[in-house]
Write a protein that binds this ligand. Structure first.
Ligand SMILES: Nc1nc2c(c(CN[C@H]3C=C[C@H](O)[C@@H]3O)cn2[C@@H]2O[C@H](COP(=O)(O)O)[C@@H](O)[C@H]2O)c(=O)[nH]1
Length: 343
């Protein structure tokens, strides 16, 4: 009998928000945040098409793009640097960096650059049969940095690649395309398949005795496919709006700057001292759960203001994340530092 996992992220987020003590959402700030976000997204014509405009994202809309997105979202976690404590757009020279096409990439983009660099070298990096069985040396050289700092959690990255690659080979005939097919255009069915078959996606925790699902990497995987394929073909999901914001460490920073998250004095002190928040700790879960709930309230408010606005939590999230990268130096709160394979 398959274990029944709680995959109701929105309910989990609401429960966290209603029982938080370190983080809260000043609901009178939601209206202003909704109007600012809506206006800026309109001015920038922000849509699913923006996803493919990023130089490192795949441009061919075929199964190879699915393989690329799947690999990226197995590994889409924990890029913050132990070395670069300033965390600004001008990174510490020793920070983990991948040079690709004569350009330095850090953070999430360093992951994409390392994968694209391997593909250009003729390594079948996105093929599950490759990363399921590649040696330590092969995988380490692919992610080798051009600076002193190496990619965080390399041991865990090798483990999740091998685990996910094996599952694809054994259960889905070697391609994530077959997993998408099994979900029959349902995002929530795909979320359940991911949670049931791929342990590294089980971003599920205990909060006040309840099992709470955050599922950041599983959800962003579905969202990346939906956006890359512009809601067509492999990216067609009739229930895509059930996907929530992705609780990482970058978007909460922006939500705080937007005024829709407030932290207790104790939590703020920990963030300013760059203390580690253990994975699954109360403060970390409160930051992540309230971020999801705040974006949900922003989406609902936008739809009240203008029911014709074509927006969902995914597009709001992508937009906030992209602008957070542009405004990284203007953030008024540091990121929270948790080392985990979940985000
Ligand atoms: N909530 C949310 N989290 C996201 C992304 C993305 C990249 N998505 C791209 C694809 C389409 C979009 O338009 C973006 O261009 C990465 N992350 C997370 O951020 C962290 C990395 O941060 P830094 O160290 O500063 O690079 C890490 O936890 C990573 O998992 C997102 O979109 N939303």
């Amino acid at each position: 009998m398959d274990t029944k996992y709680n995959i109701n992220v929105l309910k989990s987020a609401q429960l966290i928000a209603q029982n938080s003590t370190h983080v809260h959402i000043p609901v009178d700030a939601i209206d202003r945040a909704a109007r600012i976000t809506m206006e800026n997204m309109k001015q920038r014509h922000y849509s699913t098409k923006t996803w493919n405009e990023h130089e490192l994202q795949p441009k061919t809309l075929d199964a190879s793009a699915i393989d690329w997105i799947f690999l990226v979202d197995i590994l889409n976690f924990s890029f913050w640097s132990d070395l670069d404590t300033s965390d600004t757009c001008k990174p510490h020279p020793g920070r983990y960096t991948i040079q690709f096409h004569d350009k330095p990439y850090t953070g999430y983009w360093s992951l994409c650059a390392a994968i694209n660099r391997a593909l250009e070298q003729g390594i079948p990096m996105t093929s599950p049969s490759y990363y399921a069985t590649a040696s330590d040396e092969e995988l380490e050289s692919i992610f080798k940095s051009d600076t002193q700092e190496q990619i965080p959690l390399m041991k865990e990255r090798k483990a999740v690649m091998r685990e996910a690659g094996q599952v694809l080979l054994e259960k889905f005939d070697g391609s994530f395309v077959n997993c998408i097919r099994q979900a029959r255009q349902s995002a929530s069915a795909l979320l359940l398949l991911l949670t049931q078959h791929f342990p590294s996606f089980r971003d599920i925790h205990t909060f006040e005795g309840h099992q709470v699902a955050i599922l950041k990497r599983a959800q962003i995987l579905i969202a990346d496919i939906w956006a890359c394929f512009d809601g067509q073909g492999y990216g067609e999901f009739h229930d895509i709006d059930t996907i929530t914001m992705f609780a990482d460490y970058r978007v909460p920073q922006s939500l705080y700057s937007l005024g829709v998250l407030k932290y207790s004095h104790d939590l703020m002190t920990k963030l300013e001292k760059q203390e580690i928040l253990p994975s699954g700790s109360r403060e970390e879960i409160e930051i992540r759960g309230n971020s999801i709930w705040a974006v949900e309230l922003i989406v609902r408010r936008i739809k009240e203001i203008d029911p014709n606005t074509n927006v969902n939590a995914i597009l709001i999230d992508f937009y906030i994340w992209d602008t957070a990268k542009e405004l990284q130096d203007q953030m008024i709160v540091p990121i929270h530092r948790t080392r985990s394979i979940f985000y």
